[in-house]
Ligand binder design. Structure first.
Ligand code: ADP
Ligand code: ADP
Ligand code: MG
Length: 454
């Protein structure tokens, strides 16, 4: 590819680092892997053209160490950084430093990330742009007294959410006025220790909504397209378990789907968005939908959108950064068939999905038509307790939902993994669950159908 980026430092690990390195190889961009001691022999470290150690194995923070990452960039003379997801991907301070140093950050500008990364601030921005938002506080709630006034206005149940939160963490439900003060204090101190920011905002708890998100691509020439939705309603503790596109929900009529797509494009335009991004909405049974947050990065579940659109989102992130305009229009995008992703986690379902580190003694991944595997693990890999428990994604693509499900069931049965505890059997049960097969599920699925949590 003729362009400005010749060498990129991949500031991540695991399957997403591998996914990015593979895209770079196809684009003719050289790659630099960063790794902690624990990841010395991992696949991303081996696949990259160059590798550089950024920290000790006993630290979960290596990949969060801005100075180490930037030094690695300087030493290897990389001209760009792809952040993947998690870690520094939505850290506007980091992106600002990249901008100052003349390093191309694969993502939107630091200003856009700052305005969207703070979730309370993002809701205000969206409200001004006339995008419907979940009713709640306008911005951060300063103290318990203000929290009580706000609670009176919103009603119960309500949620207290960390404005800097992510990955399903930092969210608390409050059922009545007597809980407000203690929950506010606890939420603020938890937010400070987890995200380095005590900011809490409050919003109405929507009962059993659907989590529907819209994928956006925006180039530097002002073209903004949406690539359809992903239904991510199947969540445990606010964390996604299985995602599919298109959504099978009857609530999401063609008219509402179009409205959500148009709203997502409007939201992206309102902040001058560039690159790949996702607008997350909650959709209720009446067909009303509300902006929840924008993720200014590539997402875990991006492959299902790639499967049905045929568009490589990671490659487009690079092309957009290089100033190349989109070579397709909204009208030319076609949704072909159906795609599902199952997240395979090193987690123990019989112990509240607690992380289950250890050595993988036996491993077989499924293959065949319609199956795509995104992973960095292999037989003999050691799953470290320091990092996220998601270790593989199985993605299937079929001509319709039934076929995508049949392929997934076949693939999950073919997969073998031994030595650590995983949610593989849990996913096998989920994919043939009668209520799942009907497609009419919402975020209350595991609570209401599986009676998993109260
Ligand atoms: P997605 O939003 O892409 O579907 P998740 O919400 O599960 O996926 O988050 C993506 C990854 O980034 C996960 O590994 C999660 O642990 C991590 N992550 C996301 N946001 C944060 C954050 N603010 N702090 C820490 N980790 C985060
Ligand atoms: P994160 O940044 O951690 O991804 P989100 O704001 O996207 O946090 O919320 C994560 C999940 O929590 C949502 O997908 C949804 O299931 C649930 N949730 C968040 N806000 C609400 C709400 N106001 N009402 C009901 N459920 C909510
Ligand atoms: Mg979210």
């Amino acid at each position: 590819m003729v362009g400005l980026i010749r060498k990129v430092l991949v500031a991540n690990r695991g399957e997403i680092a591998v996914r990015i390195i593979r895209a770079c190889k196809e684009l003719g961009i050289k790659t630099v892997a960063i790794y902690s001691e624990a990841d010395k022999d991992s696949l991303h470290t081996r696949l990259a053209n160059e590798r550089i150690c950024i920290g000790p194995s006993t630290s979960a923070d290596s990949y969060l160490d801005m100075h180490a990452v930037l030094s690695a960039c300087e030493v290897t003379k990389a001209d760009a950084i792809h952040p993947g997801f998690g870690f520094l991907s939505e850290n506007s301070r980091f992106v600002k430093i990249c901008e100052k140093l003349g390093i191309t950050f694969i993502g939107p500008s630091s200003d856009v990330i700052a305005s969207m990364g703070d979730k309370a601030e993002a809701k205000n921005t969206m409200k001004k742009a006339k995008v419907p938002v979940i009713p709640g506080s306008d911005g951060i709630v300063q103290n318990p007294i203000e929290a009580k006034v706000m609670a009176e206005e919103i009603g119960f149940p309500l949620l207290m959410k960390a404005s800097a939160g992510g990955g399903g963490r930092g969210i608390r439900i409050v059922n009545n006025m007597s809980e407000v003060e203690s929950q506010f204090t606890a939420a603020a101190s938890e937010a400070l220790s987890c995200f380095g920011d005590a900011g809490i905002y409050m919003e109405k708890f929507i009962e059993n909504p659907k989590h529907i998100e819209v994928q956006i691509l925006a180039d530097k020439k002002g073209n903004v397209v949406e690539l359809g939705e992903r239904d991510c309603s199947l969540q445990i503790k606010n964390q996604k378990v299985l995602e599919e596109t298109p959504s099978a929900s009857k609530v999401l009529t063609p008219k509402i789907r179009k409205m959500m797509g148009d709203t997502a494009r409007k939201a992206a335009r309102a902040v001058g968005y560039e690159g790949a991004g996702t607008i997350e909405f909650l959709l209720d049974d009446d067909g009303d939908f509300y902006f929840m947050e924008m993720n200014t990065r590539i997402q875990v579940e991006h492959p299902i959108t790639e499967e049905v659109t045929g568009i490589d989102l990671i490659k487009w992130q690079f092309r957009i950064a290089n100033g190349i305009p989109l070579d397709f229009t909204q009208r030319s995008i076609r949704i072909d068939g159906h795609s599902i992703e199952c997240r395979i986690n090193a987690a123990d379902p019989s112990n509240g999905f607690a992380p289950s580190p250890g050595k993988i003694t036996k491993l077989h991944f499924p293959g065949g038509k319609g199956v795509r595997i995104e992973t960095a693990i292999s037989e003999g890999s050691v799953i470290s307790p320091f990092y996220d428990s998601m270790i593989a994604k199985i993605i299937t693509h079929g001509k319709d939902r039934n076929e995508a499900i049949a392929i997934m069931y076949r693939a999950l049965n073919e997969m073998q993994i031994e030595g650590i505890k995983t949610n593989l059997e849990f996913q096998r049960n989920l994919i043939r669950n009668k209520e799942f097969l009907k497609g009419q599920y919402n975020t209350g699925f595991f609570k209401n159908i599986y009676r998993l949590y109260k």
